[in-house]
Design a protein around this ligand. Structure first.
Ligand SMILES: NC(=O)c1ccc[n+]([C@@H]2O[C@H](COP(=O)([O-])OP(=O)(O)OC[C@H]3O[C@@H](n4cnc5c(N)ncnc54)[C@H](OP(=O)(O)O)[C@@H]3O)[C@@H](O)[C@H]2O)c1
Length: 243
């Protein structure tokens, strides 16, 4: 995909991967719209990066997803790229009963929100000369970390959904990308006192440069760094099921 003169909406871009990607795409001459729940953080970022557009949105709320899609398409008719990046994960002890609200929140943000937001924008995106939906999954979608089972299941679900979305949109202008991160040093790395990062975790700037490289090469599903090894073990049968 072309990485200049695009109009890009990125969810979960107040920190980490989303923020770094937003800043790089902004520098490359794209109109970038970032969202997250932290209004003050969005205001700071808008002040630091003139031209960067912001919108408060909690993607776990269906009404806020609908409002975001309606606002974004009305305010930026040229919107042609959605990056579904917002996500979070929690530790769960599966030897105990789970709290339904806690698991629903995780699955809503990590799986339902990207599915729904993409669908809300699909018609608009398909009307653009070129367009993309970029979903951020995880190496843990392919090989789960058992202490984060709901997150891994949600990301595995999102990976599966990407295959169907890419297939159904194949005759439209919308290309569907799945970016599969390894452990990356961000705020995300610290979960409930548990540090998922290690010496092999990628620097977030290096990670984003690699993402830009694979997007520019139209690599539609790609594991970054060590996540590629996890990803390659799967999906050989998709082509047989969907000729
Ligand atoms: N870092 C890693 O090791 C790693 C590895 C594999 C995959 N990933 C994936 O990469 C993506 C980005 O993660 P990151 O490492 O950059 O984490 P991060 O630094 O914690 O950033 C997460 C972003 O998501 C936003 N967010 C969380 N819940 C939200 C909600 N309900 N509505 C709107 N925004 C929400 C946060 O903003 P607010 O708090 O302002 O809402 C924040 O901007 C996630 O999908 C994650 O699963 C990360």
């Amino acid at each position: 995909m072309n990485l200049t003169n695009q109009t890009v909406l990125i969810t979960g871009a107040t920190s980490g991967i989303g923020l770094n990607l937003a800043i790089e795409l902004h520098k490359l001459g794209n109109q970038v719209i970032i969202c997250g729940r932290r209004q003050e953080r969005l205001a700071e970022l808008a002040a630091q990066h003139p031209g960067l557009a912001t919108r408060v949105c909690d993607v776990s709320e269906a009404a806020q997803r609908e409002s975001l899609a309606a606002w974004a398409t009305a305010t930026y008719p040229s919107l042609n790229v959605l990056v579904n990046n917002a996500g979070f994960m929690q530790l769960h002890d599966l030897t105990q009963a789970l709290d339904s609200e806690k698991i629903t929140a995780e699955i809503t943000t990590d799986l339902i929100a990207p599915i729904h937001l993409g669908s809300l924008l699909a018609v608009h995106l398909a009307q653009q000369p070129t367009a993309a939906i970029i979903n951020v999954t995880s190496g843990l979608a392919f090989t789960p970390l058992a202490s984060m089972p709901v997150y891994c299941a949600a990301k595995a679900g999102l990976h599966s959904f990407c295959l169907s979305l890419r297939y159904q949109l194949r005759d439209t202008a919308v290309r569907v990308f799945e970016i599969v991160p390894p452990a990356v040093h961000t705020e995300f790395s610290q979960v409930g006192g548990y540090d998922i990062s290690n010496d092999n975790a990628m620097n977030v700037n290096d990670f984003v440069q690699e993402v830009l490289r694979v997007l520019a090469q139209d690599q539609y599903e790609v594991g970054i760094g060590i996540a590629e090894g996890l990803r390659q073990q799967k999906d050989a049968l998709f082509g047989a099921l969907n000729p």
